[in-house]
Design a binder for this molecule. Structure first.
Ligand code: PBG
Length: 326
């Protein structure tokens, strides 16, 4: 049966009818806000390529988080900038490391805010790679020990969830058993399972000062041309104990989000990354796109693709708009 019996436009005639048949909607509950933390006090350094985003010292970050908590954004994802870097990324698992300090302060001030820690070594190594290097190669198994150690130190400092983003094989299993053996059996793992080797991370590497000093990340992050491989990566992570799996980036990978959701039916997070944010901001600043509409369209599209959780630098502004609409 088709036209004129079928007239799809009938269900678009009014806002109320459109609301009634709407299939997906973005909620503040879906959002995770990434933040950058540095040492010192009173620091707020804007990141040129990411308008609206700063690196904050812990005291200043606490002030910013007041609004995040008020908006009821459920979680933040802090990234740390250490004072010193070395070959083994030792500030990543130091007792007084920047993330450990931030965790203690945040959990004290805002115990109700969920803090998910990105677990990786690239911000802490002097060579900028996500693991231990030997002969210009990122060593898998020796890196696992450091990741497990870092995960335990995050949990001990108050992390509510651990999000490994390094893409070493077997890291979810290694982190799960380290957490379990140290009394953190209830700390969930959100695994960056299908993390692509992407040019969209460019602005983040400026923000987190984590660009590799030689070579690239192609021997550990995924080839953008692949999606069967994403299914295998996700399966491994679930088998090793991941509670939430992630696809990253989003816009060029919407099909991967959908495949993962359909195949596994588990909670799926999608990371709307720095370059995706910067492109929108640049176009909006030039007056080329309607900023609010384009951001809400992107975030709703990520949900429609199958994500339950959207990690985005737009979280704060999107939450403000969603609250205004209530
Ligand atoms: C750490 C990490 C990166 C991002 C999140 N965790 C950078 C990278 O893999 O090079 C990127 C986030 C973004 O671009 O917003 N490995």
């Amino acid at each position: 049966m088709s036209f004129p019996v079928q007239r799809p436009r009938r269900l678009r005639v009014s806002e109320n009818i459109r609301r009634m048949v709407r299939e997906n909607s973005l909620s503040v509950n879906d959002l995770v806000y990434p933040v950058f933390v540095c040492h010192g006090s009173g620091q707020a350094h804007p990141i040129d390529s990411m308008p609206g985003i700063c690196r904050y010292s812990v005291d200043r970050l606490l002030r910013e988080l007041e609004e995040i908590v008020r908006l009821q954004i459920p979680a933040i994802l802090p990234f740390g900038l250490p004072n010193k870097k070395d070959a083994a990324g030792s500030e990543a698992y130091a007792e007084d490391g920047i993330i450990q300090q931030a965790l203690r302060a945040i959990k004290k001030e805002y115990p109700e805010l969920t803090v998910i820690t990105d677990l990786c070594l690239c911000e802490y190594t002097d060579h900028g790679h996500c693991g231990i290097i030997r002969d210009n190669y990122v060593m898998n198994d020796s890196t696992l020990e450091l990741l497990a150690k870092t995960a335990v130190s995050h949990a001990a400092a108050g992390a509510d969830m651990i999000a490994p983003s390094d893409m070493m094989d077997g890291r979810v299993g290694a982190i799960r058993s380290a957490l379990d053996n140290n009394g953190y059996a209830n700390t969930p793992i959100m695994a960056y399972s299908a993390k692509y080797c992407s040019a969209f991370y460019g602005p983040f590497r400026e923000a987190a000062d984590s660009a590799p000093q030689f070579g690239d990340r192609k021997s550990y992050q995924m080839d953008p041309a692949n999606s069967d491989e994403a299914i295998r990566e996700v399966r491994h992570d679930i088998e090793e104990g991941a509670d939430i799996v992630m696809v990253k980036p989003t816009l060029a990978y919407m099909d991967v989000i959908r495949r993962v959701k359909d195949k596994f039916g588990c909670p799926v997070a999608a990371y709307n990354v720095s370059g995706e944010y910067s492109m929108v901001k640049a176009a909006a600043r030039n007056g080329w796109v309607d900023e609010k509409r384009i951001i809400m369209e992107i975030l709703t599209g990520i949900k429609r693709a199958g994500a339950d959780i959207v990690i985005t630098y737009h979280a704060r502004e999107a939450a403000r708009w969603l609250r205004d609409e209530l």
